[in-house]
Write a protein that binds this ligand. Structure first.
Ligand code: ATP
Ligand code: MG
Length: 224
């Protein structure tokens, strides 16, 4: 019974590696040195596939991978989107918070934009973001009118160029915002990466997945 694990390169790969190691899985290929997208592990029945961070839920939902690691931002945005429902595969299972790649989803603006006043006055706020579903939900809950502008990267540029009044983006240290003269004006959601399971694999490969889940669980509880 083989197991395919979907990871994205960069911080998720780097932060998942020690947890996998504690669970007895060692990845044999280094994604920074090779162009291979399928990586071997020390276990002949376990392999890792490298996909874009935002593609992890899609791979796992449709069975391209049995297990995956993805940020809560990506998972919630996927669930709320047009492809996140039950069509073509059940809903993803999210059994374990790995507590890695921690940051928060926030609203940020230029330092000279008075966000609270705009909200109070009921102004229409132009918001640029990669997370249109999460942003839509957040501002709808607050009763704030927004025009959403979908971007795929470099969100910080949007308020600086006049494209938008605000951005909804991930913040960790705040250094990127600061370097671009932006300020965080509202926290939306704390973020970390979670383990996700394909619901069919969770049943059919239960015997193989359960010990992995338990080992990861104890690795997470014993990491700082
Ligand atoms: P892609 O460029 O492939 O669309 P990405 O740039 O979002 O993906 P990463 O930057 O590797 O990919 O981010 C992966 C996940 O790590 C995010 O979904 C988020 O959960 C988390 N993350 C992103 N930025 C930070 C950060 N500054 N600090 C901590 N965690 C972060
Ligand atoms: Mg990135």
């Amino acid at each position: 019974m083989s197991l395919t694990l979907a990871l994205s390169k960069g911080r998720i790969f780097d932060d998942t590696l020690p947890l996998l190691k504690a669970a007895g899985i060692e990845v044999l290929d280094d994604p920074e040195k090779s162009r291979a997208l399928i990586l071997r592990t020390n276990l002949p029945d376990v392999r890792v596939v490298l996909v874009r961070a935002s593609d992890v839920p899609t791979y796992v939902q449709h069975g391209g991978a049995d297990v995956g690691v993805a940020g809560l931002d990506v998972l919630l945005e996927h669930e709320a989107g047009p492809y996140g429902g039950q069509i073509g595969g059940g809903a993803l299972l999210r059994p374990l918070d790995l507590r890695i790649a921690r940051c928060r989803l926030s609203v940020a603006t230029r330092t000279d934009f008075d966000y609270q006043a705009a909200v109070r006055q009921g102004a229409r706020i132009r918001v640029a973001t990669k997370y249109t579903q999460l942003a839509r939900q957040h501002f709808a809950d607050k009763g704030v009118h927004v025009d959403l502008i979908k971007l795929y990267g470099s969100m910080e540029l949007a308020p600086l160029t006049g494209l938008a009044d605000a951005i909804v983006d991930l913040v960790s240290s705040g250094a990127t915002l600061k370097a671009n003269d932006l300020v965080e004006v509202e926290h939306i959601l704390p973020i970390s990466s979670h383990l996700v399971l394909n619901p069919v694999a969770a049943k059919l490969k239960r015997e193989r997945i359960r010990p992995l889940l338990q080992a990861l669980q104890s690795a997470v509880s014993s990491s700082p």
